[in-house]
Design a protein around this ligand. Structure first.
Ligand code: DAK
Length: 258
């Protein structure tokens, strides 16, 4: 396994796990961390033995946002060249499901990173927020869009205009996250969920992820068309034959991912 400076990587069963690892700066997303994150997600996505990924931090912090030291003297042109842009674009192209396992601070770019994942599992101590207004900026990696789609306009307005933070309970009640567990075992539960998904038919899982995520971008008519095409395509896979034959034979399917 490759050695990185700002993240740790690990494979458990069919799950690739990335742990953000700059605890002294509350996992602030500096440029090197982002490039390591891109590298690790890309290699997990290419690895056929992996079916799903988890991005996590530590119990105190998922990530407190972009590293403010990297941005303090930046010009608009500097920001246009920021690795935030390729990193967040790359996460959108990852084919396998990614689950964010969040505990403690999940702020700014950290909250945007969690929202770029496909599911979010949180510990009871999680705090979600978009505090960029305190720095004289707005969210720039999807916060205004993904947060609004998840929690609705009025809560997003309060969070982004006035730095309202959400507890785990509130985030759950506003549909921002999937589940809450005690701090001691939120990560264990996240990895189990990722493993369950990773053991399912890989092509169908990836097709479902793609079409659900596309639904935020397209009209209902286009989305239904995309769904239908993807559905038809799966009938050219061996896994579809295997899944249906296994059902009829009353046995467990054995997925090949082709
Ligand atoms: N950046 C750099 N350092 C940070 C940091 C951050 N985001 N967050 C925390 N730290 C550092 C602190 O400076 C401190 O460092 P030392 O003084 O020990 O050297 C250390 O972590 C501990 O922090 P505190 O002393 O402040 O600890 P507290 O427990 O009192 O408070 C806190 C914890 C997380 C509530 C607080 O540190 C905090 O408010 N942090 C900043 C949160 C924030 O404002 N986040 C938003 C950042 S802006 C882009 C798209 C998006 C973005 C960027 C580019 N493009 C499209 C190009 C995203 C922007 C953002 O995320």
């Amino acid at each position: 396994m490759k050695e990185y400076k700002n993240i740790l990587t690990e494979i458990k069963g069919r799950v690739g796990i990335v742990t953000l690892n700059r605890p002294k700066s509350y996992n602030a997303l500096n440029y090197q961390l982002l490039s390591e994150l891109m590298d690790s997600l890309t290699s997990f996505d290419k690895d056929k033995s992996i079916g799903a990924m988890v991005i996590t931090g530590n119990e105190k912090t998922f990530a407190a946002g972009a590293d403010i030291i990297d941005m303090v003297d930046a010009s608009p042109d500097d920001m246009k060249k920021s690795p935030f842009i390729p990193a967040f674009d790359l996460i959108r192209r990852i084919k396998k499901p990614i689950i964010a396992a969040v505990s403690g601070y999940c702020l700014g770019g950290g909250c945007e990173l969690a929202m770029s994942c496909d599911l979010i599992i949180s510990s009871e101590s999680a705090v979600f927020g978009q505090p960029e207004i305190n720095l004289g900026i707005i969210p720039g990696a999807g916060g205004t869009q993904r947060l609004t789609r998840a929690v609705g306009k009025v809560i997003a307005m309060e969070m982004i205009l006035n730095n309202r933070t959400l507890s785990a309970e509130e985030a759950y009640s506003f549909n921002l996250i999937n589940k809450i567990y005690p701090v001691e075992d939120y990560l264990k539960h996240t990895i189990s969920l990722a493993q369950e998904i990773a053991e399912r038919a890989p092509l169908a899982v990836q097709a479902a992820k793609e079409i659900i995520n596309q639904s935020f971008d397209v009209s209902l008519t286009e989305g239904l068309q995309n769904e239908r095409e993807s559905f038809f395509n799966l009938f050219s896979s061996q896994d579809q034959k295997e899944g249906m034959n296994a059902f009829l034979d009353k046995r467990d399917p054995s997925w090949k991912g082709d």
